[in-house]
Design a protein. Structure first.
Length: 263
């Protein structure tokens, strides 16, 4: 595979497992130096070891809570001290907050979900974009990729995960706003995964199929999404092939949102 990220850095939040780990490995495969963040250091170090042993990548790890302004500010300084050529920023860290309708959600759950999924991504981007847009890379100085969710898309707003839906809808809105604010030097796009085999579903496909069947939700492609699918989408958005794409929200759901009320 072409090493189109060689000489460039990629910063990923929530890189200790799942989508974040898979994206880190795929970016390393095409030559990127990695700066990885998570709230826990042990799984983060495991991701780093995989990237180093498999691809010989230079990897830096940073433990920080992205919802805390002081921690994000301190982390930003450390990141650019170690890796001053961040080209790709992936706002991946997020939490689901539990199964609550919006008006039944406890205040502490609301605050936690919005703090991580919205404020956290906003804080990281706010701290990173100034240095990124000074990169000398042409024609794009830097790229931001936000990992949103189909739960934030109008056709898929879900009252059973109401505040999570709200947070991801906000992240999609921020994606479009940042695309306008950062053009023409930088691009900003989102990926909205549907139902994926992750720890949220105990990495159990039977749990997912039961969940879908109970809600009469169809998957036209008859396959549950895998973290590798998200990594492939992120890899494309990070590539030169996506240099003319900004403000887009890529729906990655096996046709789920298209099929709602039709299958």
């Amino acid at each position: 595979m072409e090493k189109f990220l060689e000489g460039k850095g990629a910063f990923i939040t929530g890189a200790g497992a799942g989508f974040g780990r898979e994206m880190a490995l795929r970016f390393a495969e095409v030559g990127a130096n990695l700066a990885l963040n998570d709230i826990a250091l042990e799984p983060l170090e495991e991701t780093a070891k995989l990237a180093e042993s498999k691809y010989g990548s230079k990897v830096f790890t940073f433990k920080a809570d992205i919802s805390k302004p002081d921690e994000v500010k301190a982390m930003t300084k450390e990141v650019f001290k170690e890796c001053d050529n961040i080209f790709v920023l992936v706002n991946n860290a997020g939490i689901d907050g539990g199964l609550y309708r919006t008006l039944a959600c406890p205040i502490e759950n609301y605050d936690k979900v919005m703090d991580v999924n919205v404020k956290g991504s906003w804080l990281v981007t706010k701290n990173f974009f100034r240095k990124m847009r000074l990169n000398k890379f042409k024609p794009i100085a830097g790229k931001i990729i936000n990992i949103a969710s189909c739960a934030g898309v109008t056709t898929s707003l879900n009252p059973f995960i109401g505040i999570y839906s709200v947070s991801k809808a906000a992240l999609i809105a921020l994606t479009k706003l940042w695309a306008l604010e950062l053009a023409p030097k930088m691009t900003c796009n989102a990926i909205s995964p549907g139902v994926f085999l992750t720890a949220k579903y105990h990495n159990d496909p039977n749990t997912i199929w039961s969940f879908l069947d109970a809600r009469k939700v169809g998957l036209p492609l008859k396959r549950i999404g895998m973290p590798a699918d998200v990594a492939s989408a992120a890899l494309f958005l990070a590539s030169p092939g996506a240099d003319y794409i900004t403000g887009d929200n890529m729906i990655l759901d096996g046709g789920m949102t298209t099929s709602i009320n039709k299958l």
